[in-house]
Design a protein around this ligand. Structure first.
Ligand SMILES: Cc1cc2nc3c(=O)[nH]c(=O)nc-3n(C[C@H](O)[C@H](O)[C@H](O)COP(=O)(O)OP(=O)(O)OC[C@H]3O[C@@H](n4cnc5c(N)ncnc54)[C@H](O)[C@@H]3O)c2cc1C
Length: 492
């Protein structure tokens, strides 16, 4: 990366007692407003942390680079997995944290850090319940479809069933709590000021007109997500996704990773990410993997299946990208089509003409441009227990008959799962494993719970880390601050 004024940097400064008249590097910090907690990034993680801090009587300032907080959280489907919530109880769903932990570690073949898996699974129902009871965020569990790898219905969504809806509700809650939660938008943090004890004593941020401002903090939480929007870091750590569509937020530019590097913090699980094998590129819409979960299949330009669709959608991204033209077609029947209509993006794709209906196999073959005999053989393979299928049959496969529906898709990168090494309290650790004095990282800024590979991602691991990490870091910060200091001078 070529360094410029927007490059995230760490600026080393002396202990505060030696700042004197404030010459040189510390100058901008003198007179800067002082907040108990500064949170970098107002996505689901940062907002959850701020709201939980408010519950503890601790004021916080969120610095957000966009003029309207969205992040990948608003682009997401907004599904948050949790076991043992009030919402599950209302819907009569019996779940256990032990089962949830087992589902996570089963998916990543025991590669994920157990201290985080346990901490997140324990914290996420508390976060969901607190957002509901204290901040009016209503939840329901999606119980019409079991997400791949989850043994029980535990995906929570707000009534809008979208990440946009989730973000709107979190932002509303933050506005209601504005006496303690300050969201400063159009403030892109680039500088962390760090003293010889590795205490972050201040942050510098850039405004859209290029001007700079500074703030001081007792505690700092990095909630700026990962590096999916940084092409150099993606090429370095995720070569399989180098040319893939990035469907996440462009502002996830790896700030936390670059600060972590400069601080000598270990970056872990950098090869892990959430991919998706069912992204409609022309419309920029996600075709839910629920289509495949209920019997839909994926074929390539030859009209042939090429992988087991019952695997996760994350690793399916790599399978789809390996096909000619990096394209595949999801093919399904009427029951699956009707299920799809329950997903806002599917409905949108239908309205925009992205979902096609075919009354015969030959019409579908003509649209895909594949040999009819191949497609016929593929469909016969579904009925004949895979006799002539090119790929192993999915555990969920069943015969498909016209009318058939199809949508063309590609593989995409959704978000990265590698990041800063943290303990179970989301404190950032030095390379020797000791917590830094006042720096926390959570959500996509920290290492996740998906192991080290694309196939380790269990559906929902992203927002699990964001909400649970936001909740945990708030508890930990409040405890570290003890008696919360009063909010500093108001921002100009
Ligand atoms: C299409 C899609 C669908 C998805 N669906 C799901 C799903 O259903 N369930 C699930 O669990 N996960 C899903 N994910 C993943 C999920 O979106 C992320 O894991 C989650 O949103 C991360 O939350 P976050 O708060 O850490 O990051 P974000 O929501 O990205 O928030 C980070 C914020 O930090 C800001 N920021 C970054 N750098 C700076 C800086 N230097 N200064 C100031 N601000 C900064 C950004 O602008 C952003 O607003 C999906 C992702 C995509 C792309």
């Amino acid at each position: 990366m070529v360094a410029d004024a927007l490059t995230p940097v760490v600026i080393h400064v002396p202990h505060e007692a030696q700042w004197g008249a404030g010459e040189g590097r510390v100058g901008p910090l003198l007179g800067a407003p002082h907040f108990p907690v500064v949170i970098v990034g107002a996505g689901a993680c940062g907002l959850t942390a701020a709201l939980m801090l408010q519950g503890q009587g601790v004021p916080s300032l969120l610095l957000e680079r966009d003029d309207h907080p969205q992040g990948s959280s608003a682009l997401s489907s907004g599904f948050v997995p949790a076991a043992g919530t009030l919402c599950q109880a209302r819907q009569g769903i019996v779940d256990s944290q032990a089962q949830f932990i087992q589902d996570i570690v089963h998916k990543n073949h025991d590669q994920s850090p157990l201290h985080l898996v346990q901490a997140y699974v324990q914290a996420v129902p508390q976060a969901i319940d607190a957002l509901e009871t204290l901040h009016g965020v209503p939840w329901r569990v999606l119980d019409h479809f079991l997400y791949p790898g989850h043994s029980i219905h535990r995906m929570h969504a707000v009534p809008e069933t979208s990440g946009e809806g989730l973000m709107a509700r979190l932002m509303h809650a933050a506005q209601v709590a504005q006496d303690q939660v300050t969201v400063l938008t159009s403030a892109r943090v680039t500088q962390l000021y760090v003293d010889p004890d590795q205490r972050v004593v201040g942050l510098g941020y850039v405004r859209p007109d290029g001007s700079q401002e500074w703030v001081r903090a007792h505690a700092v939480l990095l909630a700026s997500n990962g590096f999916g929007g940084n092409t150099e870091l993606v090429a370095q750590h995720l070569p399989a996704m180098k040319h893939a569509v990035y469907a996440g937020h462009a502002g996830n530019d790896g700030s936390a990773v670059l600060w972590g590097q400069a601080l000598g913090v270990k970056l872990l699980d950098m090869g892990a990410y959430q991919g998706h094998g069912s992204w409609q590129p022309e419309l920029g819409l996600l075709m839910s993997w629920a289509l495949m979960g209920e019997g839909g299949i994926q074929i390539n330009q030859q009209g042939v299946r090429f992988h087991d669709e019952s695997q996760g959608y994350s690793e399916a991204s790599v399978g789809v990208l390996a096909q000619p033209g990096s394209r595949a077609w999801c093919v399904f029947d009427t029951p699956v089509f009707e299920l799809g209509l329950g997903f806002p993006e599917f409905k949108q794709a239908k309205a925009l003409g992205g979902i096609k209906r075919f009354d015969s196999v030959s019409a579908l073959a003509a649209w895909v441009g594949c040999p009819l005999e191949n497609l016929e053989r593929t469909l016969q393979g579904l009925a004949n227990e895979g006799e002539s299928a090119a790929a192993p049959l999915s555990a969920l496969s069943r015969p498909l008959a016209p009318p058939l529906y199809a949508v063309q898709v590609t593989g995409a990168l959704f978000h990265t799962q590698g990041g800063l090494d943290i303990d179970a309290h989301c404190r950032v650790l030095t390379s020797a494993g000791a917590p830094l004095p006042n720096l926390w990282a959570a959500g996509g800024a920290a290492r996740g719970v998906s192991g080290q590979e694309v196939w380790g991602y269990l559906s929902g691991n992203g927002l699990l880390s964001a909400l649970a990490g936001g909740f945990i870091s708030a508890q930990s910060i409040a405890k570290a601050l003890g008696q919360a200091p009063a909010a500093g001078a108001a921002l100009a």
